[in-house]
Ligand binder design. Structure first.
Ligand SMILES: NC(=O)c1ccc[n+]([C@@H]2O[C@H](COP(=O)([O-])OP(=O)(O)OC[C@H]3O[C@@H](n4cnc5c(N)ncnc54)[C@H](O)[C@@H]3O)[C@@H](O)[C@H]2O)c1
Length: 324
């Protein structure tokens, strides 16, 4: 039985508690959170033990789940890893590049598993594409959210765009060549809305828009690659594939279209999306990696690489934008 200690039982922490309870082979030992309101609510509703001493909770556990605000990830992760504990840490891995680098370095010498909560990797709309050969050359992304003070200790790049950066880095197997970016601080003192163009060495271009000051929510990614278009709606959990029909494509809706070089048959497929809980899947996958001693699906290095791109974007914004 793997013993789990939770650090941070705010908004997302409670979702983690619900999911840990459903995972076999783990036992929730307790939590640490300096906020009395959140802590009292969890003691009352979950009957979970509140620890007032971080060390005592860590010492009693095998896994530390870090769901604190981003500017606390580093200190909690370092303390846990130094104690030889496996760590699941919410995205982004850490706040500053130096913090991220220090975590990567300490994990190298520690015999522990670390997974970063880039939960969109486990979104069923994305998982539906796992058997498809994805090789996008143009990517268009919109991730829009209504304003919420939670998460504003960091910019919209580290809070929201980081999800898409991680997905894109997992798809495009090439180094970043150039970044252009523009961002505006509207409600906070860091960018709340940003548009970014990432050019990769293989020619792929990703155009990302993220906002936390929108009236409506949207989380869409569109991938264009030779012969196909793939639309992923992370919010509605829908996936659409439109491509030139291949002989093996049976049972798909198709129609013919005349082009200057002859008739083409277009096939449209909407893969069946199984209604899965992405948070449960990511926590389960972390447990599996500990039990089977395999690599985590989103390692501390993946988390760091996404942070690195995020910070390059922030540097561009700071050097080119007037923050109002
Ligand atoms: N993966 C996702 O889609 C997603 C979604 C939301 C939030 N997040 C991430 O989850 C983290 C928490 O976000 P939230 O929305 O739950 O925030 P929140 O403010 O609702 O909760 C954070 C909790 O952590 C507590 N806390 C602060 N310092 C602590 C410490 N040192 N040790 C233990 N607890 C501490 C706070 O008192 C609070 O109760 C952030 O890193 C955020 O980026 C990820």
């Amino acid at each position: 039985m793997l013993k789990v200690g939770v650090f941070g039982v705010g908004h997302l922490g409670k979702f983690h508690l619900n999911n840990w309870k459903e995972i076999e082979g783990v036992k929730l030992v307790g939590f640490f959170d300096p906020n009395n309101d959140n802590a009292n609510q969890v003691v009352e509703e979950y009957g979970l033990k509140r620890f007032m001493d971080e060390d005592k909770l860590m010492d009693a556990c095998d896994i530390i789940d870090v769901i604190t605000p981003t500017d606390h990830h580093f200190s909690v992760c370092m303390q846990a890893i130094r104690k030889g504990k496996h760590v699941f840490v919410e995205k982004p891995l850490a706040n500053t590049i130096q913090e991220g680098r220090d975590i990567v370095n300490i994990v190298r010498e520690a015999n522990v598993k670390v997974q970063v909560g880039h939960v969109e990797r486990f979104n069923p709309a994305f998982l539906a594409l796992k058997d498809m050969n994805l090789n996008p050359m143009f990517i268009e992304v919109h991730r829009l959210a209504q304003f919420n003070p939670r998460g504003t200790e960091v910019s919209v790049i580290l809070d929201l765009m980081i999800h898409d950066i991680d997905i894109i880095l997992s798809l495009v197997k090439s180094d970043v060549k150039h970044i252009s970016a523009s961002g505006v601080a509207v409600m906070t003192d860091t960018p709340d809305i940003a548009n970014v163009r990432i050019e990769f060495n293989n020619g792929c271009v990703a155009n990302l828009t993220s906002s936390r000051i929108s009236m409506k929510k949207m989380r869409k990614m569109r991938l264009f690659q030779p012969n196909s278009y793939i639309g992923i709606d992370f919010l509605e959990k829908k996936t659409e594939i439109i491509k030139l029909k291949q002989p093996e494509d049976t049972n798909v809706f198709s129609f013919d279209i005349e082009t200057h070089n002859g008739k083409k048959t277009i096939a449209i497929a909407n893969p069946v999306i199984s209604p899965q809980n992405a948070i449960k899947l990511e926590l389960q996958s972390f447990v599996d990696s500990i039990v089977n001693n395999t690599a985590t699906v989103v390692s501390e290095i993946d988390g760091f690489l996404a942070m690195e791109v995020a910070h390059q974007i922030l540097e561009k914004i700071n050097s080119t934008s007037i923050l109002v």
